[in-house]
Design a protein. Structure first.
Ligand code: S3P
Length: 172
């Protein structure tokens, strides 16, 4: 029987480009934890990119897939769950995360986010809106839900991956 370091999951939430994927990879390397990258799992299962899922089936379909995946995660432990930026917008999703997860919110300034997402091409919500103004506005709309969902908040601006992971692990 494998021994688990954590008897709960670490759930990373935050805006697109806040560092969820990067930090989950880092945690996985440091602690040999399984990672569930929600966007990746959904995209693999549907056999198409996130942008195509949005275009072909609509956002609601994608959001339902997120909810279903989180429900599946309930039986898991010691997994890093890297959510999509919009996952905490549904209250039911937050309830699911909190059942067995410590929810960690990664934050960054809109300028930092823009810098990190400007060359990415599978983020339909931001694809034609890559500006600080758009990011700031969407962030404002989401902030309350993000903060309410979070057990731990970590600001990532100007910090290395190591520093962010140290801060995260120290606050678990
Ligand atoms: C979304 C964020 C994306 C992805 C989808 C919708 C959002 O995930 O789930 O494009 O609503 O903010 P990342 O935060 O990993 O980019």
């Amino acid at each position: 029987q494998a021994r688990h370091l954590f008897n709960y999951n670490i759930v990373l939430i935050g805006f697109m480009g806040a560092g969820k994927t990067t930090i989950s990879d880092y945690l996985s390397t440091c602690f040999a934890m399984e990672v569930v990258e929600m966007d990746q799992v959904i995209s693999d299962r549907e056999g198409m990119s996130i942008s195509d899922i949005f275009e072909v089936y609509g956002e609601e379909h994608f959001r339902n897939a997120e909810t279903n995946l989180l429900k599946e995660m309930q039986s898991k432990r010691n997994v890093v769950i890297s959510c999509g930026g919009g996952t905490p917008m549904r209250d039911v999703n937050v309830q699911e995360m909190k059942k067995n997860g410590r929810v960690v919110l990664l934050t960054a300034k809109p300028e930092t986010i823009l810098e990190r997402v400007k060359d990415s091409h599978d983020r339909p919500l931001i694809e034609n809106n890559k500006s600080v103004e758009f990011i700031e506005e969407l962030m404002l709309k989401r902030r309350e839900k993000y903060v309410a969902a979070a057990d731990i908040i970590i600001e990532t601006d100007g910090k290395s991956e190591l520093e962010i992971c140290e801060e995260l692990v120290n606050s678990l």
